[in-house]
Structure formats: structure tokens, C-alpha cells
Design a protein around this ligand. Sequence first.
Ligand code: GTP
Length: 155
Amino acid sequence: MLTFTDLHGLQVDLSFLRGEFEVEPKHVLVFLKHENKWLCTIHKRRGVEVPGGKLEEGETLEEAAIREVFEETGVHVKNLQWFAEYAVHDEVKFCKTVFTAQFAGQEHIEFDLETSGMLWLTDEEFIHHPNLSFHMKDQGMRKMLEELKHRDKQW
Ligand code: GTP
């Protein structure tokens, strides 16, 4: 397990083993790379980030991941796989499940009020884009990228 302080000054624990945290995950994040580019969404306040969000009532993590990716980017996913989990020690501690997925198609969509659009980023932009969301720039994100590359060179 990796423990670090994020750019909001909160402790975050990251694990690549399932079920390490006592808090049930209620948030999801999805890594998807297609034709060598990373799928990202542009959050109006936070900036450019990997798609994801909070579970809705009655949803499984997988259902939330599929829905959030579509709502935030217009992309349909397939082959969703559990990848990592992290716990953020906010006032109320919360846990986030990270999936990998593959591209299964794309539609033109109307974005919701929080989203200004979607983007495909090169490796270079994924790390150095000038408008990255805070949690794209922390130690946990770097660790997850290393781990993905280690598992399969296509990442
Ligand atoms: P919906 O798309 O509307 O479900 O919400 P969202 O995209 O804002 O959900 P998300 O799960 O991305 O984030 C919910 C809250 O948790 C936001 O206030 C985020 O800033 C915060 N958050 C998400 N990830 C992290 C993280 O790694 N560290 C910290 N400190 N906060 C995070």
C-alpha cells in the first residue's frame, strides 16, 4: 500500500489489492487508452481528469463506471476490469475504485453542467497538460501509471 499526501493536503492510501479498506467504495475512476491516447473529461472547476464520479442509489461500481464514462465523454466501454482502490482521509473518509476499460464506440453527447467537454490526451499531455485537475498531479496517479505500464506495455 502507498500512503501519500494529495495536493489538498489530505492523506490518501492507494492499494492494488482488493478489499484493503474498511470504507465501502462509493466513487469510481476509469482509465481507458484508445489509439495510444488517454480518455479524459474536462471538469469545469477542477480541469482535465480521467472520467469518473459518485455512485448513484442502487448502482454497482461497474454500472457507475459505465454511466460516468458515457456522461462525461460520450464513450461506450467494454471489458471493465478492477485495477486499484484508494481511500481519501477527508472529514468523512471516502474510497474510490479504479477500473481499466476498453473503447467500444463513441457518441456525440450534450455535456452536463459540470463538464465542458472531453479530450484524448497523448502520454505527454496526460502528465503535463496545463489544465490538469489536482488529483491528476499527485503521487497516486504517478504510481498507478507506473503499475499499468508494468502490467502491459500498451499503457
Ligand atoms: P459526479 O460526477 O457528480 O458524481 O461527481 P464528481 O465527478 O465530482 O465525483 P468525484 O468522485 O470525482 O469527486 C467527488 C469529490 O471528491 C470532489 O469534491 C473531488 O474533488 C473529491 N475527490 C475526488 N478524488 C479525490 C482525490 O484523489 N483526493 C481528494 N482530496 N479529493 C478527491
